[in-house]
Design a binder for this molecule. Sequence first.
Ligand code: LP5
Ligand code: MN
Length: 244
Amino acid sequence: MRVDATLFISDLHLSPDAPATLNRFLAFLDGPASQVRRLYILGDFFESWVGDDDLPSPLPDTVVRALRAQADTGLEIHIMHGNRDFLLGKDFCLASGTHLLADPTLIELHGTPTLLMHGDSLCTDDLAYQQFRLQVRNPAWQQAVLARPLAERRLLAAQMRDQSSIAKDGKTMVVMDVNEEAVAEAFRNHDCPRLIHGHTHRPARHVHLVDDLERERWVLPDWYETGGYLKCDSLGCQLLAWAG
Ligand code: LP5
Ligand code: MN
């Protein structure tokens, strides 16, 4: 019997190189996620996703089957693109029984209008990243890239990862965090009291005063060392650790 609660996760960065994280996620699906009605995955679920034609590979196959098993027993699963897995497409969703969620999306969460984002679009001080984001989210660019052979895309993704790592060495933590004004704009544009996002890997509950109204911003944890999730119901939200 599933209870009327909603879980949020992001930034698992699932990869064949991190089997412990995969196991932690599988245990999460069989544990907390099996008790509730809805799960939202807010981006960077995979360390990188180079196209849905990679679905037969062992890691995607295991993950898809596990998601499907929960979806088939009544878990509503929504997934949003992150900056690592923005190429997740219809075939992935169809196979896993999940629903692709636009970034941003406003939902009615147990009675509270709640804005969901991956979080990268809020990091407006990171100008180099925002430029990169514009390029890789361009449908024409994506179509051209997806036309390349799978092996070539894997290589390209690895090169991008290296470049990104070098670029980050030259950036401060402040530049790589969300911009306060971008957060305020998001609250204003969607006229909501709550925002949930990931990406920065700095789990917390922040309170923002925007236009004389107090709003809360929940930041989800990554799953590199341990893991964690946000659990929400009609009483509110709480961040919970998940060690598996
Ligand atoms: O990812 P993370 O957390 O380390 O850093 C992000 C920002 N970086 C990125 C880039 C991704 O990591 C790249 C991986 C994508 C994998 C999937 C690709 C599949 C499609 C391609 C294959 C078909 O998102 C980083 C932010 C940081 O978050 C904090 O917010 O700062 O931004 C950057 O580092 C961007 C750089 O500043 C500028 C762009 C460098 C990359 C250029 C690539 C050039 C291509 C090389 C290939 C010849
Ligand atoms: Mn991210």
